[in-house]
Unconditional design. Structure first.
Length: 107
């Protein structure tokens, strides 16, 4: 169950990065609403990470959490912000995913 919590925490990490990206594009009330989304995702992500490391080793949980957040953020950037999806970028994201799976397998 703690691995599921950790995965959800990583998704919320991508969520707060996405909100930051949206804050860059808007002004006024929309800026503050995306800012509230950022703070909400940030708080949930940290809370869930703290819950997961009660039983998972922090040396494994933290890199997995950041890796999930990084992969999710890159995918969101490609899909919603039209960032580059070059071969090398996708290749290195896949190596990051392999590393995350590897950490899970050895823990």
């Amino acid at each position: 169950m703690d691995w599921v919590i950790l995965i959800i925490a990583g998704c919320f990490e991508s969520g707060f990065a996405f909100c930051l990206g949206k804050m860059k594009e808007v002004t006024g009330t929309a800026y503050w609403l995306w800012g509230a989304g950022f703070l909400s995702c940030l708080a949930l992500s940290m809370f869930l990470l703290a819950k997961a490391v009660k039983t998972l080793p922090v040396g494994t949980a933290y890199p997995v959490w950041t890796g999930i957040g990084a992969v999710g953020t890159v995918i969101l950037g490609i899909v919603f912000f039209h960032e580059s999806a070059s071969f090398l970028r996708i290749f290195f994201i896949l190596t990051l995913i392999a590393s995350i799976v590897g950490l899970k397998m050895v823990s």
